[in-house]
Design a protein around this ligand. Structure first.
Ligand code: AP5
Length: 208
């Protein structure tokens, strides 16, 4: 079994879809964004360095990200592959990854820029279990989160000015990966400007 990459701009729905298809694929979600936020929370040197980049919506340097990924891939649950969410984001990251894991699918969730700000600025996450919701598009159920103990959490970088910087970083540094993976026959596109369940169905069809 190989690994899968979920690809797309900030707010495309990579995390939302990873949570929905993870169980089906039997692969753990590996989100570099979540790993960096955990490092910040823990007050580690990596987290302290990364915070300045994240706060201004810039990419964290490749060597920092690659060190985190190399460590994560040593864990037992990564032995049969993982589902990368938000990694790789630069050509050097993709080149390094090609020596660390076998990628079978790169699934691109495509969403136009003008939908991104409203998605990100309305995002709310359950601090207890990590489930992602949206104030309007995917509200927390009236009887609470599936985990039974909803704790509202919002990200420091989920504001309009940082989102615009994150989008620029995506277009300049990450979108060239589409052609890189296309040349290798691994790239698949899904229209991400639709109902969450329809997107999940398309992603699962591509994986089957
Ligand atoms: P990261 O945490 O990876 O953020 P991101 O890529 O900007 O992606 P998001 O988590 O914002 O969006 P998502 O696609 O997961 O969307 P979600 O499902 O939550 O990275 C943060 C920062 O860390 C980066 O800026 C960078 O500094 C650093 N970093 C991380 N990885 C790095 C790397 N590899 N290299 C260098 N730096 C790195 O959905 C968003 C909202 O929309 C939610 O509210 C959701 O409910 C809603 N939604 C989802 N789908 C739909 C739908 N179909 N219709 C309507 N609403 C929807």
């Amino acid at each position: 079994m190989g690994s899968i990459v979920l690809f797309g701009p900030p707010g495309a729905g990579k995390g939302t879809q990873a949570q929905r298809i993870m169980e089906h694929c039997g692969l753990p979600q590996v989100s570099t964004g979540d790993m960096l936020r955990a490092a910040i929370q823990a007050g580690s040197p990596v987290g302290m360095d990364a915070k300045a980049y994240m706060d201004r919506g810039a990419l964290v340097p490749d060597e920092v990200i690659l060190a985190l990924i190399e460590e994560r891939l040593k864990d037992d649950d990564a032995a049969n592959g993982v589902m990368f969410d938000g990694f790789p984001r630069t050509i050097p990251q993709a080149e390094a990854l090609s020596h660390l894991a076998e990628i079978t699918h790169v699934l691109a969730i495509e969403v136009p820029d003008d939908r991104i700000v409203e998605r990100i600025c309305g995002r709310v996450t359950c601090g207890s279990c990590g489930t992602v919701f949206h104030d309007t598009f995917n509200p927390v159920p009236s009887d609470g989160c599936v985990c039974g103990s909803f704790v509202e959490k919002r990200r420091a970088d989920d504001n309009e000015s940082t989102v615009l910087s994150r989008l620029s970083a995506y277009h300049e540094q990450t979108s060239p990966l589409a052609a890189w993976y296309d040349e290798r026959g691994l790239f698949h596109r899904v229209d991400g400007d639709r109902d969450i369940g329809e997107i999940t169905a398309d992603l699962l069809a591509l994986l089957n």
